[in-house]
Design a protein around this ligand. Structure first.
Ligand code: TRP
Length: 380
């Protein structure tokens, strides 16, 4: 198989990612300058992840804003599969979600799919996925979410809040369509075949709890789109709106190609890594550099394929002038990759130090965010 061949599924992202092709193949829409302006009219400020097209694709966002204008406000939904510690590449989606939550003043449902990781990952037992649900929750809370507007759903613990919706979804999805969308074959355990119904639930849970059809926007990486195709397909047939989505690119791993992935620990900075280890990973990162110093001085390097540069672009250099500056120096051979990593390393470690401190502070607040609170809402 061609090493460069692009593969994007909820379970695997590999090869050279062609985002235009993904939009075409998945049938989503590009986020246009007009759509950004429409959002900014409400948010009153720009966001660098939109400006730089980290969030580049969507479904039905114009409709969401139409409804918003008509005072039919949406809820947000995103999630995490707790298969291990959170890595840095997970955070931008959550950071952007928080910005949307603040700016549109709206509720967030955050799904921890401990069931998904238990059934799909043979090496994980229930204790593991529970532990990582807790650990990942700390990373989420460390970003500054507040309980009033944030409801964390843990699939296994909160199944009573999900089951009625899940069976409605499941009844409308045939095995052959699940096979076609997700590529399941006969070796898949039936937990995996059922799971797409569970990932659909949070898109409808607000409507279900409050008995009022409510629009929903899902910020997520584009590899989750197969789930939303299924969810959207059944939505209206079971009495809900189709969920909209706003989709981001992948943050590349510190090694060449694909996305940052937990399966290669050196390509991935975990939020729980020691400062020393994080620094070492940055210093070993894949870049767009040349084979020799002489060549790099003469021909310049390529920031477009560089993992270090992506971190500047999407996380650490919000100032356009700073970014343009380092891009120019890189292309012009003025700065070498080692020097460039020396700039990223302290940014990364400073971020991590702060994040780890906040993570400690939120440790006893986890229960305040639990979607178990919805049980009281249902009794009303
Ligand atoms: N399936 C996702 C994962 O493996 C977790 C998830 C559940 C999710 N619901 C979501 C991600 C909604 C984004 C948006 O990580």
């Amino acid at each position: 198989m061609n090493e460069d061949e692009m593969v994007v599924t909820p379970w695997e992202v590999r090869g050279k990612i062609d985002y235009d092709r993904l939009i075409k193949e998945f049938g989503t829409e590009r986020i246009t300058p007009d759509l950004k302006q429409r959002m900014y009219k409400i948010t009153k400020e720009k966001h660098v992840m939109l400006e730089r097209d980290y969030f580049f694709s969507h479904r039905d966002l114009n409709w969401i804003l139409d409804e918003y204008d008509k005072k039919n406000k949406f809820v947000l939904y995103t999630g995490r599969g707790p298969s291990g510690h959170t890595h840095i590449g997970h955070l931008p989606t959550w950071i952007f979600t928080k910005w949307m939550q603040d700016r549109f003043d709206t509720r967030l449902y955050f799904q921890m799919t401990n069931d998904e990781k238990f059934v799909f990952e043979s090496h994980l037992n229930l204790e593991d996925v529970r532990k990582f649900t807790y650990e990942n929750t700390l990373d989420l809370l460390a970003l500054g979410f507040e309980p009033e507007n944030t409801f964390i759903i843990q699939d296994i613990e909160h199944i009573d809040l999900m089951y009625e919706i899940a069976v409605q979804v499941a009844k409308k999805v045939t095995f052959s369509s699940a096979k076609a969308v997700f590529g399941f074959d006969n070796s898949m355990n039936i937990g995996g075949i059922w799971f797409p119904a569970m990932q659909a639930v949070p898109a409808f849970i607000h409507s279900w709890v409050y008995g009022k059809k409510t629009p929903c926007v899902i910020p997520c990486a584009i590899d989750q789109d197969p789930y939303w195709r299924v969810t959207r397909d059944v939505a209206e047939r079971i009495g809900y709106y189709k969920p909209a989505s706003i989709q981001n690119q992948f943050i590349p791993g510190l090694k060449e190609g694909g996305k940052m992935s937990a399966s290669d620990p050196m390509s991935t900075i975990f939020t729980t890594d020691t400062i020393k280890l994080a620094k070492k990973k940055v210093m070993n990162a894949f870049t767009g550099g040349r084979a020799t110093v002489e060549e790099q001085r003469r021909l310049g390097a390529n920031p477009d394929i560089c993992s270090v540069f992506k971190y500047y672009e999407f996380m650490f250099m919000p100032d356009d002038k700073d970014l343009a500056d380092i891009g120019r120096k890189c292309r012009g051979g003025e700065i070498l990759c080692g020097e460039c990593k020396q700039i990223l390393a302290p940014m990364m470690t400073e971020f991590l130090e702060k994040h780890q401190a906040t993570r400690e502070e939120v440790k006893d607040r986890v229960d305040e965010f639990s979607a178990a609170r919805l049980r009281d809402e249902l009794k009303r």
